[in-house]
Design a protein around this ligand. Structure first.
Ligand SMILES: [Zn+2]
Length: 337
């Protein structure tokens, strides 16, 4: 969410909903995996994928402000914790490619366009400015645009510095905080009955009773069914009136749940399919302050969570690597078990 931030975008060609990654055909993938030479290329591609949050592992490791071991470790071990079937050392690349070929890598991202929902206080939303689109004097086609957008809105990350002075900005959030087992806490029925529902520790304990202890490095995801409301501003936020922060209504986490996760478990971060990791009526943003204060990011407005199992998937969040940013637009995918 953004405490400042109205979203009236002006870009062309609005699209909605979560796009799916178009998977190459299975026979094509299998043939390529069978090729020893191609396998090395795929390993390189995996490293590229896992370091695509910014400018790559090598640059991150050489950046004095970034703890190199953490960045390297995250690249070497795609899943930093238990519960990830595709994570055994050395096999992650082929496992990822097999998952891709089987349609088990899914996109959990809302498309950024003129319909993207931003906080009511945001003066302008996402805008695509066309710089050139058409033939050049040389005869070939050329298309290039400028993108304008607030950091907070659409599917995005809240970096720890968003609500905690001195904590990590967007470019310094380690990959281990962006990739982890997806712990999906389903409160769809509760949120349908109460649009201001907040996830409580009992919801987290109920998940553990069904699936075991929340693994270290997990990203705990609230699934409320809110992504189906996108991009209907009134139904997503509770109000479609610019500047109206008095009538925000949507579910999220409670402070009790955030504190329980911080004290009792070792999670990487939390995620929601609503606009904020604090529920709509919040005026003090206590969940943001607690999570960000512990140097943990939040991920907001995830899409397509209906395809995500309660346990067993790996979440990969790749926000734009904005130097000193308080967050930013993110591509979120999950690798299904
Ligand atoms: Zn935000």
């Amino acid at each position: 969410m953004s405490a400042r931030g109205t979203g009236r975008g002006t870009s062309a060609a609005p699209r909605q909903g979560a796009a799916r990654i178009a998977a190459p055909t299975a026979p094509g993938i299998a043939a390529r995996i069978a090729s020893r030479g191609a396998r090395a290329a795929h390993r390189a591609a995996l490293v590229a994928l896992l370091s695509a949050a910014g400018c790559g592992a090598h640059r991150a490791a050489s950046d004095a402000r970034v703890p190199a071991p953490a960045a390297d470790a995250a690249v070497a071990r795609p899943a930093p914790a238990t519960g990830a079937s595709a994570a055994s050392a050395g096999a992650a690349g082929p496992a990822l490619l097999a998952a891709l070929a089987a349609g088990k890598v899914i996109d959990l991202t809302h498309t950024f366009d003129a319909t993207t929902v931003y906080w009511p206080t945001e003066k302008e939303g996402f805008r695509l400015e066309v710089e050139h689109d058409g033939p050049t004097p040389g005869g070939w086609h050329y298309s290039a645009n400028k993108i304008h957008a607030p950091e907070h809105g659409g599917t995005h990350m809240d970096a720890p510095v968003h609500f905690a002075e001195g904590r990590l900005p967007a470019d310094r959030v380690p990959l281990a905080a962006l990739i982890g087992p997806a712990v999906v806490v389903d409160v769809t029925a509760r949120a349908a009955a109460d649009r201001d529902y907040r996830v409580v520790p009992a919801d987290l304990r109920r998940w553990e009773q069904a699936h075991g202890r929340i693994p270290d490095g997990a990203i705990v995801v609230m699934r409320s069914g809110w992504d189906a409301r996108w991009p209907d501003r009134e139904r997503v936020l509770g109000t479609a009136v610019p500047g109206d922060v008095a009538n925000l209504h949507f579910p999220s986490f409670s402070l009790d749940a955030a504190n329980w996760l911080l004290r009792e478990r070792n999670v990487a971060g939390i995620a929601v399919d609503t606009p904020s990791i604090d529920y709509g009526p919040s005026k003090d943003f206590v969940v943001h302050r607690a999570m960000n204060g512990a140097d943990k990011p939040g991920f907001e407005n995830l899409a397509g969570l209906g395809r995500l199992p309660e346990a067993g998937a790996v979440l990969v969040v790749l926000p734009m690597k904005v130097g000193g940013g308080s967050g930013g637009p993110a591509r979120v995918v999950a690798i299904l078990p």
